[in-house]
Design a binder for this molecule. Sequence first.
Ligand SMILES: Nc1ncnc2c1ncn2[C@@H]1O[C@H](COP(=O)(O)OP(=O)(O)OP(=O)(O)O)[C@@H](O)[C@H]1O
Ligand SMILES: [Mg+2]
Length: 263
Amino acid sequence: MLRVEGLEVVYPNGTRALERTDLGFSPGAFTVLLGASGAGKSTLLRSLNGLVRPTSGRVTAGVGDIADKRRLRAHRSKTGMIFQQHQLIGRLSVLDNVLIGRLGFHSTLRTLLPFAAAEKREALQAIERVGLIQYALRRADQLSGGQQQRVGIARALVQKPSLVLADEPVASLDPATADRVLGLLHSICKADAIAAVVSLHQLDFARRYADRIIGLAGGSVVFDGPPSQLGRKEVVSIYRDMAPNAVEQHDEPDFQRKTGTYA
Ligand SMILES: Nc1ncnc2c1ncn2[C@@H]1O[C@H](COP(=O)(O)OP(=O)(O)OP(=O)(O)O)[C@@H](O)[C@H]1O
Ligand SMILES: [Mg+2]
């Protein structure tokens, strides 16, 4: 169980990105973070992996605080990260990019040695699961955006994670491709009982895939519940920091286009 206790993040320039927040993340649940730009979604996600340090409060995984170096290493080895800009190495093959996901398991010395056959097999299995086996030896920069993001998912999978953190994983994809990639991520997480925390700008995807939606506004949690409880009023509270007339018209197509909230 991953927990956030009294977590507060103030960046060195004085920006209050996250107000005191308490949250628990259950094993296997698919959680979506919603919020306007600057609401604190990335800050929360990065805190869950120790990439952002708490100003006060703590993040615990299992029994211990991830501020502890050994606990952080153990936590990160079980946590797959997926980014908006997938962060693949373009000149490397799909297979090599996915194998990079295994590096967290090895000591520095071990990473200088070739990967074992068993690891290559696991990497190929992950590539097969995301439907890219015929591209395994192709350079990553020769794939489409959606295919590259699927490589990003495969790279997270070879870690055999119990948790996946994904920061706007489909933001740079067209709506149909975004739906397919997110659907794939969702079905794999469900099949393998992997907990996921995923930030999104699309309300319709949040409603379709989330077990739980956490809405952030101005660094505070303003909604926390299942999609069935996310009504018009709740949507307005999440996007309150947007232009007031836009919020009033939040069901209008114009608002939906500007915010990516296809309600
Ligand atoms: N490294 C940083 N240093 C200073 N301020 C930061 C830093 N990163 C983020 N912020 C600020 O913290 C607040 C929260 O930012 P965060 O990136 O968490 O928002 P977000 O919800 O992910 O937004 P977006 O939807 O645009 O990605 C914003 O006001 C942002 O400007
Ligand atoms: Mg962000």
